[in-house]
Each structure stands twice: as C-alpha cells, then as structure tokens.
Design a binder for this molecule. Structure first.
Ligand SMILES: C[S@@+](CC[C@H](N)C(=O)[O-])C[C@H]1O[C@@H](n2cnc3c(N)ncnc32)[C@H](O)[C@@H]1O
Length: 366
C-alpha cells in the first residue's frame, strides 16, 4: 500500500487535501500536559515525561482555538461515511469532546485504553493515572461508517480468557481495552540510542482501531504523525496512509520505519469474518442435487420428523411450513422460529448430516 509523509503544519496541510477524501482519521494531538519542574522516581532518578515544545500552550483559549482548527480541517477531509478516532488524557479529552460536538461530529463510542503497565504516581499524592480515552465519531448521526464487528470479536482478548479463546469462544469487543504502553524493542531510538519520541503509541492500540473501523485499501490520515505508528500499522494491514508531522526529525525516522514495514495478509487485515455469506435457498439446492424432494428431515438423533417439499417447505403433521417455524414447532420451543439451518439434519451415508454443512458445501461449489 502507499504511504505519504508530509512534513508540515497539520492544519495547513489538511487544508491542501481534497475534501471528503479519507476513510479514517486517527489523531493523537498535543495533550497540553502542563507538566512543570522535574519529575523524579522514588529512588531519585529523573522521569522523562512529555514536556516537549510542541505540547506547550499559553492559555486554555489558545488550546481551544488550535483544537477547533485541526478538528474542523479533519471534518472537511473525512468522507461522509468515514470515521475519526481522537485519543487524549484527562488534561484534554473533555475540551476535545466538547469541540467535536460543536463542529457536528456524532459520537459512536468512547474507549478507555487501560494501560497494563502505567507510569506510577511516584509520590503517591493521587490516584495512579492508568488510562487514556479515545473518542470514536463520525460526521453525522446516520453515517454508515465501517465497523468490522466480527473482526472486533476476534481481537477481543480483554474479556475472553486464553483457554476460552483457544477453544473458539468469542465475545463482543467492549469499550475498555487492556493494552500495555509502548516499551522495550517497540520503542524507537535515534542513532545515538536515545528514546526518539516521548509519546509513541503502542502498535496494538492502532491495530485494533484500524482493523475494526476501516477496510483493506482504505486511506487513513494521521495529522500528528510523531513516530508514524499509525502509518506503520496501516501498512501492515494493507491500508494507505497520509501522515502529517511538523518535526523533520520525526519524519526522517518515520520514513525509515515505514519503509521497513510489509503487508501482513490475514483474515484480520481483510476482515473476512465480516464478509456476508452468499444467500442461497433450499429450492436452489434441490435443483443442484444437494437435497431431494420428499426426503426426510430429522434432528441430530436421525429420527424422521418432516419431509421436504419442492418449494423448500417441510411437511409436518399434515401441514407444509417453512423450515424455521417447523423447527420451533417440532421442538416445542417458545420462540415462533428457530434458525432451521442450525437444527435440521438429513441422512447421508447412513448418518445424520447437518443441513448447514450441506449449505456450506453448496456455497463452496458456487
Ligand atoms: C502525541 S504526538 C503523536 C505520537 C504518535 N501517535 C506516535 O505514536 O508516535 C503528537 C505529534 O504531533 C506533532 N505536532 C504537534 N503540533 C503539530 C502541528 N500543528 N502540525 C503537525 N504536527 C504537529 C508533534 O511534533 C508530535 O510529534
């Protein structure tokens, strides 16, 4: 896929991009951390937090003007059915959220990124700040934004234990994500071996964001590129990316990072879990020899319950009814309909065989 790194001011550069042209925005803006003085660990060594020049603002009003400008620029370049993720800490996320709503963004979810290995509150003077918040939004209430629901389930290791996951158990992905902060080998270092950037985000976080809210071949924009984490993950997942960053040094190291990434073809990248199967009907399968008119339909025990009619209905107790209602009636269920494909079997080679399995064989053939 193609990536583009633009060294410049994000507001000006976004205003040079065509309107309605990007599918997804991920923005990790300056948080205006307001850190003062030297932060020390308990044993006295200095902690390298974020006191960078790019994170300095004079007043709340200055920060609000900056936030409004870049969020407005994102709104213009985002496609009508695109979506945006903005990450922030307690210092900025409330300001950002309010301005987003004033601009017209419609909130989809807010996600808590729970840091498995947060920086401690060294002096024990308040709670350990162990999360950041992501706001996921689209341009209007009824936007048809991409959400790869089943792919998200595949990525849910937060509420599914390892052994459950290994046994195929999947649950809906929730809005609390347990992901460690970027550390170890993942942290980029400059040529002198020093930490390159103070606020590099973990790839795992971006992997979830991009995999669940965009499609392969889409274009992802990050107006505050930093070490280009968004571009690196977009590349891995087969998405195009546009990265804007005003610091030439970060762009240079980011260029090296992106040049080394290759597309990792996978079901997650292609969101194959979310591809809707082709709709097929029973009469169509009769026509192609997968079922026979008059054959017995049974449950798992193989005892005949009903017989198949040419129109796909089942003859049961003298009435012809659709197979879903028939499954419910024949099983004495409270529901009026059960998914017949989950319940009905036919005899093949002397044994009951699920009609769902037969449907899959038919789909594979067509
Ligand atoms: C919070 S960091 C992003 C870190 C990034 N997500 C990563 O994983 O490396 C914000 C970045 O935005 C850049 N930046 C700040 N203001 C900017 C502006 N007006 N235009 C372009 N880049 C800007 C800073 O230089 C900084 O690298």
């Amino acid at each position: 896929m193609a990536y583009r790194i633009i060294n410049g001011n994000s507001i000006e550069e976004m205003n040079n991009l065509p309107a309605n042209s990007v599918d997804l925005v991920f923005a990790d803006p300056p948080y205006w951390m307001r850190t003062e003085g030297v932060l020390e660990r308990v044993e006295g060594t200095e902690f390298d937090g974020c006191d960078d020049e790019w994170d300095q603002f004079e007043t709340l009003e200055d920060y609000e003007i900056f936030t409004r400008n870049w969020l407005t620029a994102c709104y213009r370049v985002l496609k009508p059915n695109g979506s945006i993720w903005v990450i922030g800490g307690m210092q900025c996320i409330y300001t950002i959220g309010e301005i987003m709503q004033e601009i017209g963004y419609w909130f989809i979810n807010d996600v808590v990124w729970f840091k498995k290995n947060p920086t401690p509150n060294f002096k024990g003077t308040r709670l350990n700040n162990s999360h950041e918040t992501l706001i996921w939004a689209c341009k209007r209430k009824n936007a048809r934004f991409t959400f790869n629901y089943k792919t998200a389930k595949e990525l849910n290791t937060d509420t599914v234990a390892d052994d459950e996951y290994a046994h195929g158990i999947r649950k809906q992905l929730g809005s609390i994500w347990r992901i460690p902060v970027c550390a170890g080998n993942e942290r980029l270092r400059d040529d002198q071996g020093n930490k390159l950037h103070n606020t590099q985000k973990p790839e795992e976080l971006l992997y979830r964001v991009i995999a669940i809210s965009s499609k392969i071949g889409d274009t992802v924009l990050d107006p505050f590129g930093g070490t280009m984490t968004t571009g690196a993950v977009a590349e891995r997942l087969g998405r195009n990316s546009i990265m804007i960053e005003r610091d030439a040094r970060y762009c240079e190291y980011g260029e090296r990072r992106l040049a080394a990434v290759t597309f990792e073809d996978s079901n997650i990248a292609r969101a194959t879990y979310d591809v809707k199967p082709v709709r097929v009907t029973v009469p169509e399968m009769i026509e192609h020899g997968f079922f026979t008119v008059g054959e017995s339909f049974c449950f798992r025990d193989g005892i005949e319950v009903a017989t198949l009619q040419a129109d796909g209905k089942l003859l049961w107790n003298g009435q012809a009814i659709d197979m879903h209602s028939c499954a419910a009636k024949a099983r004495g269920a409270q529901a009026k309909r059960l998914n017949g494909f989950d319940y009905w079997y036919v005899i093949r080679d002397g044994n009951p065989k699920s009609i769902n399995e037969i449907r899959e064989e038919y789909r594979a053939q067509i």
